[in-house]
Design a protein around this ligand. Structure first.
Ligand code: CAA
Length: 291
């Protein structure tokens, strides 16, 4: 198991109430094989990590074992020096239709609070390499939240986004009320969270939830292209850029600007910054060494 996976494991506080989930996690955590996802490296230089959610029969419902495997794959990509970006996708019908309702239906408050249910999902937003969600079909509940944990969302023309938890008598539990509100503003987020209504890809694009919309059969290829573009830059400096943009979600403007300025200063300590500027002056393409 990777260091990152151990870090993810630390987030889990096992209770006696979740033995089935933990045995699924143990199964998923052994060996290089995955039960619920397909993992690969894509792009001409195989420098884009690729994760495909693979429970099509249940519309990629995000069971405990699946999200554990996603955390493990991301952890492995995080320490893979060749990988500069990661793409997460689902299938044509569904990116993911949410957390696994059948797995949740008998949960108690005590198990959920005591075991810090869904804490292991944080692994997605904790990864320091840029992550792109390529969304076709349904991204509902936890599926929409998983996409929003990624850094960039590309959508296929038939994608649908929604937070229908209210229809189950619950609320989003993996950042939906927070990330959706920051992405699309209060009124639309409230409407989606309070009614369970979905928005389509074009509305998601207009409201800032996704950055680009593509024909269904092109969205994954375009996400990989974007990943290759990112992977061609300095991985070290990309991590700094990601950290700085994410700070905009958490800090007041003055603090965020100060952090950005200090990180900008810090890039001058890297060889990649020297290389990038020298390449510009010498009118050639920069070759970054991630140093
Ligand atoms: N969990 C578990 N199983 C699910 C699922 C989910 N979230 N979504 C779909 N499935 C399963 C269905 O049970 C069904 O399996 P069976 O054939 O074994 O019955 C299979 O996937 C196909 O689904 P449907 O037959 O329902 O397909 P449909 O085309 O008629 O409807 C749908 C599609 C509208 C997406 C419907 O499946 C649906 O409403 N799914 C639930 C969506 C939802 O409420 N998501 C939020 C979950 S809660 C959450 O995510 C909390 C959080 O914040 C983390």
């Amino acid at each position: 198991m990777s260091l990152f996976c151990n870090a993810a494991a630390l987030l889990l506080k096992p209770t006696r109430a979740v033995p089935a989930m933990l045995s699924a996690a143990r199964r998923a955590g052994t060996g290089g094989q995955y039960d619920y996802i397909l993992v690969d490296k894509r792009g001409e230089k195989r420098n884009v990590g690729f994760i495909q959610l693979n429970r099509p029969r249940v519309l990629n419902a995000l069971c405990f074992g699946l999200m554990w495997e996603v955390a493990r794959a991301l952890g492995d990509f995080q320490v893979d020096g060749d990988v500069g970006a990661v793409v997460i996708t689902g299938g044509e019908r569904a990116f993911a239709a949410g957390a696994d309702i059948k797995e949740m239906q008998n949960r108690t408050f005590q198990e959920s609070y005591g075991g810090n249910f869904l804490a292991h999902w944080n692994a997605v937003s904790a990864v320091r390499k840029p992550v792109i969600a390529a969304v076709n079909g349904l991204a509902l509940g936890g599926g929409c939240e998983l996409a929003m944990m990624c850094d960039i969302i590309y959508a296929g023309e038939k994608a649908q986004f929604g937070q229908p938890e209210i229809l189950l008598g619950t609320i989003p539990g993996a950042g939906g009320t927070q990330r959706l509100t920051r992405a699309v503003g209060k009124s639309l987020a409230m409407e989606m969270v309070l009614t369970g209504d979905q928005i389509d890809a074009r509305q998601a694009e207009r409201s800032g939830l996704v950055s680009k919309v593509f024909p269904v059969d092109q969205v994954v290829a375009e996400a990989i292209k974007c990943g290759e573009k990112i992977a061609g830059n300095s991985k070290l400096v990309s991590a700094m850029a990601k950290e700085a943009v994410n700070a905009a979600y958490e800090l007041a403007l003055a603090e965020g600007n100060r952090l950005e300025r200090r990180m900008f200063h810090a890039t001058f300590a890297t060889e990649d910054c020297k290389e990038g500027m020298a390449a510009f002056v010498q009118k050639r393409k920069a070759v970054f060494q991630d140093k």
